[in-house]
Design a protein around this ligand. Sequence first.
Ligand SMILES: NC(=O)c1ccc[n+]([C@@H]2O[C@H](COP(=O)([O-])OP(=O)(O)OC[C@H]3O[C@@H](n4cnc5c(N)ncnc54)[C@H](OP(=O)(O)O)[C@@H]3O)[C@@H](O)[C@H]2O)c1
Length: 284
Amino acid sequence: MVDARTRVFAVIGSPVEHSLSPQMHNASFAELGLNCIYVAHRVEAGELKDAVAGFKALKYGGVNVTLPHKQAVLSYVSELSDEARAIGAVNTLEFRKSRVVGHNTDGVGALNALREAGVEVDKKRVLIIGAGGAARAIAITLAMRCDVAGITLLGRRKEKLIALARDVERAGAGVTTALLGDDLRSVVEESDIVIHATPVGMHPRTDETLLRAEHLASKPVVMDIVYTPRETLLLREAKRAGCKTIDGVGMLVHQGAEAERIWLGVEPGVEAMRRAVLEALEDG
Ligand SMILES: NC(=O)c1ccc[n+]([C@@H]2O[C@H](COP(=O)([O-])OP(=O)(O)OC[C@H]3O[C@@H](n4cnc5c(N)ncnc54)[C@H](OP(=O)(O)O)[C@@H]3O)[C@@H](O)[C@H]2O)c1
């Protein structure tokens, strides 16, 4: 029951109405028997500063930040975790007395999704497709937290790939870049794990994929971070090639689970979170 002691958490973004975070976190809070509630607030760019000040004043338990505020919110935090600083974006705000600490749990979410599926990243060659916010968070987190054998960044724009490669190298991993026009089969052959981090294949354009079964003949593990649909065309192609596959729900659940560890210092109800996400996805 919501009462005068209930701790409030939220996600902010614009739009935010599609977010699955409320269902996911409320399911975990219920599972753990915590007097907490998680809501969504639509916040426009010009309102971000006031929103963060408001959360502080109202003593929110924690806040997630989604598009388009993940970078802009850097201006309103008092400090950053090492990862958030290296990534240059924040998806989780922690309120510590008068300070606001910015974290980024997207990369850890992807790493824990791989580990949950029994995939170890140390000593592995990882191919990341994309050079946007999610690709950046994943590449930098793997470079900081794991002993990868190397990271290849595959995308469509050379300059953007080179800029990201520089930051990933600074974070501690050896990096190469490749372009989508290159011989994709040989790029994939040099990788043990492929992580797709572009919107290609996402609803409603579900008949698109950047890699086909013939590119995946070397059978790397394939993770697609797109989760609408849960089984993308890329994952179907990867299955056809005989690869182990991991869908995007794991990353979504684990980035949220990591936020709860930061806010509450508890082990989150990961299975309840996953059930809530899957139910919400089924309901469409
Ligand atoms: N499972 C999860 O928890 C989770 C978390 C975050 C994001 N996601 C999903 O991951 C996807 C990417 O998110 P994001 O935040 O990184 O987006 P973003 O910052 O907009 O970056 C998108 C990246 O994809 C590339 N791209 C877009 N269309 C492409 C195409 N047709 N061919 C080749 N490359 C293309 C872009 O290339 P350019 O750089 O050339 O523009 C850019 O590098 C989205 O579908 C999002 O829903 C999932």
